[in-house]
Design a protein around this ligand. Structure first.
Ligand SMILES: [Zn+2]
Length: 269
């Protein structure tokens, strides 16, 4: 029953995150009514119900029949799933609230980074701040140790940004890594960085680089994708790193709060 409440709350927040992601960096305020991005018609209340409206409308706008982006339903369901995971972890009330805030910001950062290869500063700073509060509330280490774990985990990415003048790593990724250090602590945070690099390389080599080839092959056997030239990934192109940092961080954090510590088994810390 309680889990159902977390799921529904997650769907509502997910729906809000969709609006936040779309309107960030645009003139539109996050408080205005939502409209169809294609024909501009204002949406009615039943068209704003998370997931259900997408299913009822069969993924199309009622007036202009243009397809509703899969982003909406994906973000809503993902938020609901992560909220249930946070809610079911048996954390205290404060840690649960902080956890919900952090995963919400992580989802927004992840999707925004995929679209723009850019992480809004306000979002990563807020996530870092909530992660620091989380660290202060759960850790019994000394204050200096707690405070330094965020910057220390961000340091390798900051150094990469500095040395490469932003070509290998964005400064936004270093700012995001503050959250990893405070949410996971120094050792696990470093482990999460390593995980993000491994995950990033695997995905780049096996999915993003061959993407163009896969799409052309698909066309050859009669499958066409709406706009295959939307994004091309090459060795030179900028692959967003934020999603890998976040995936790696959340994977380790959930393992930890559910009582499994992979780093402990592998390296003894
Ligand atoms: Zn429309």
């Amino acid at each position: 029953m309680e889990m159902l409440a977390f799921a529904i709350f997650g769907l509502i927040i997910g729906s809000f995150l969709n609006v936040l992601i779309l309107r960030e960096g645009s003139e539109q305020s996050i408080l205005g009514r939502s409209s169809c991005p294609s024909c501009g018609r204002l949406l009615l209340w039943f068209e704003l119900v998370p997931v259900l409206s997408f299913l009822v409308l069969r993924g199309k706008c009622r007036t202009c029949k243009s397809r509703i982006s899969l982003q909406y339903i994906t973000v809503e369901i993902l938020t609901a799933v992560l909220f249930v995971l946070v809610g079911g972890a048996g954390l205290g009330a404060l840690e649960t609230a902080l956890g919900l805030g952090i995963v919400s910001l992580f989802i927004a950062i992840c999707v925004y980074d995929i679209y723009h290869t850019l992480i809004p500063d306000a979002w990563s700073y807020l996530a870092a701040f909530l992660s620091l509060l989380y660290a202060l509330s759960i850790s019994d280490a000394s204050l200096v140790w707690i405070l330094s774990s965020g910057p220390l985990v961000a340091l390798p990415l900051f150094a990469m940004w500095l040395i490469s003048k932003g070509r290998w790593m964005g400064l936004g990724d270093a700012k995001l890594a503050l959250s990893l250090g405070w949410l996971l602590g120094l050792a696990q945070g470093m482990f999460a960085l390593l995980g993000a690099f491994i995950l990033g390389s695997i995905v780049s080599i096996f999915i993003l680089l061959p993407l163009q080839t896969i799409l052309e092959r698909a066309k050859g056997i009669g499958i066409t994708v709406l706009n295959p030239h939307d994004r091309r990934f090459t060795m030179q192109s900028e692959v967003p790193f934020g999603p890998f940092l976040i995936a790696s961080c959340l994977f380790l954090w959930f393992l930890h709060v559910y009582g499994y510590d992979p780093a402990m088994y592998l390296f003894g810390f």
